[in-house]
Design a protein around this ligand. Structure first.
Ligand code: C5P
Ligand code: C5P
Ligand code: ZN
Length: 476
């Protein structure tokens, strides 16, 4: 069955069609997804597509899809389970249930697949598309949604491309400045459908919601001496500009400025960075592509893909996936208010977590560096904090970073982050996390550039030694 608009990613069209056909045959579907921004948007995309296709479903979220969670899903006795943003890495366990006739899995994911295979499996890595930078879980769910929406009414689910882009941005797939590969085809769909706008803009976080001084003060990814981390410096800088940054008593936000004013502010900021000796490679990172959700109100977190994704992380990573999903599904009343409260808490936790890492520092091994946050950082956000710390000045990006956080008395969460340059030299953190955790009785996986694991409490030192050895082998 062909949709009216050509499939956005032809290489995955057959897999998407097969998965869609299987879902259409289902009496009811259990939709299981992951608790991060990409997982929530995956669920939002899939849930909307199932509803539009008239397929009854229920949704569950899981922090991790381990054997116990797969068992709990099987116990729900749904004939069909749709896994989004996870499932590929756990196909060994899932395929076992399938073999026993417990349920038929349909998997739309972008993680490194386990050795087992299954019939209804939509994953970019199976077709040579990079799952860490070219398509996210929400992107895979979107391709499925496109294949599902073929009801002869001329609808094609392209409006869901906006949510899919939020997922990709939330998974840091635009960290090089813009989305590319299969993701670019999703962006094009969203632009065509009138739900997305793509523009080259200042690449700082908070352009929709932050008052200008805060926008600059908190922009520390590219550190500009005298402005980054300096409220006074930021205010002084703004006051010297030929831009009216005030709205009565209040400061304007980036979105309140005209195009010409934005241009003037951005040029002045770049010039200041040059004057203060910021290296040109870093200055380039101050400009990037902004993805704007045109159906959302201006000046809200929902209007900007990056701010939207942070809002979602603030819900599901604090056991409130229901709030994040409600927002993805269009709840703009109580759901959004609650999400904003959670966002304030999440921001504080990120900031405190980052301060902790800066204060305590990292321990350097031969081929990697690590820190153990114990109970100081929540295990559900330690990966985000590790990524932020890794991107900040003073951390050596020539080796990967590994972070530990206490999960409970028995288990420790591990998060690992690397760089594109290291991946091109052979680094595969998914394999590092998988093998090093298996060596100490744990389990792990993920992507080449970002991965994670759960290991028995007390095995951290042995895990570091294993990981250090494996990274050395990969890069040697
Ligand atoms: O489970 P999932 O794939 O959704 O999580 C991806 C994680 O990997 C995110 O936390 C994201 O920040 C990180 N990541 C990254 N750099 C990339 C791709 C992913 O830090 N290029
Ligand atoms: O939790 P964190 O953000 O560090 O996860 C990085 C990546 O590793 C994510 O894609 C996540 O789904 C994956 N991961 C995994 N198995 C684990 C932990 C994390 O596949 N036990
Ligand atoms: Zn993902």
């Amino acid at each position: 069955m062909a949709t009216s608009v050509p499939a956005p990613v032809p290489a995955l069209a057959d897999r998407a069609e097969r998965c869609a056909d299987r879902l259409r045959e289902a009496d009811r579907v259990l939709l299981a997804s992951h608790i991060d921004a990409d997982g929530l948007t995956s669920a939002g995309v899939a849930a909307t597509a199932l509803r539009r296709a008239g397929i009854p479903f229920e949704t569950v979220f899981k922090k991790q899809l381990d054997d116990r969670e797969v068992a709990s899903i099987a116990a729900r006795e749904y004939g069909t389970v749709l896994f989004t943003d996870f499932g590929s890495g756990q196909l060994d366990a899932i395929a076992e249930y399938e073999r026993r006739g417990a349920f038929t899995p349909v998997v739309a994911d972008h993680h490194q697949p386990a050795d087992a295979e299954t019939e209804f499996h939509l994953n970019p890595l199976l077709e040579g598309i990079d799952g860490a930078s070219e398509l996210s879980g929400a992107g895979a769910a979107y391709l499925l949604a496109r294949a599902l929406e073929d009801d002869g009414n001329g609808r094609d689910n392209r409006d869901l491309a906006a949510l899919a882009v939020v997922g990709a941005v939330g998974d840091m797939q635009a960290s090089g400045g813009e989305l590319h590969g299969a993701n670019a085809a999703l962006v094009a769909d969203g632009v065509d459908a009138g739900v997305l706008e793509e523009s080259t803009d200042l690449a700082v976080y908070g352009k929709q919601t932050r008052p200008l001084p805060k926008l600059l003060e908190y922009a520390t990814d590219v550190f500009i001496p005298g402005i980054s981390n300096s409220q006074r410096g930021s205010i002084e800088f703004l006051s010297e500009l030929d831009v009216d940054c005030r709205d009565g008593e209040d400061w304007k936000r980036w979105v309140d400025l005209s195009d010409a004013e934005r241009q003037r502010l951005a040029s002045a900021l770049l010039q200041r960075a040059v004057e203060r000796g910021v290296p040109s490679g870093k200055i380039d990172r101050l400009v990037g592509t902004t993805y704007t959700l045109l159906a959302e109100p201006e000046g809200t977190e929902l209007r900007d893909a990056s701010e939207f994704s942070t809002l979602l992380n603030a819900t599901a990573r604090y056991e409130r996936a229901d709030v994040g999903l409600a927002v993805c599904l269009g709840n703009r009343g109580s759901g959004l208010d609650r999400a904003r409260e959670l966002l304030r808490n999440h921001r504080r936790n990120l900031s405190e977590g980052l301060q902790y890492v800066k204060r305590e520092g990292v321990t350097r091994e031969e081929h990697l560096q690590w820190f153990d946050a114990g109970e100081e950082i929540r295990e559900t956000i330690v990966g985000i904090v590790a990524g932020m710390a890794y991107g900040s000045d003073g951390v050596d990006r020539s080796v990967p970073i590994i972070a530990f956080a206490r999960k409970n008395d028995e288990e420790t969460k591990v998060s690992a982050r690397g760089t594109g340059t290291l991946v091109r030299k052979g680094l595969d953190l998914s394999a590092v996390m998988g093998e090093a955790s298996a060596a100490v009785g744990g389990k792990g996986g993920g992507h080449d550039v970002a991965a994670g694991a759960t290991v028995p409490a007390g095995s951290e030192a042995e895990f570091v030694a294993e990981a250090d050895r494996i990274v050395g082998e990969q890069l040697g």
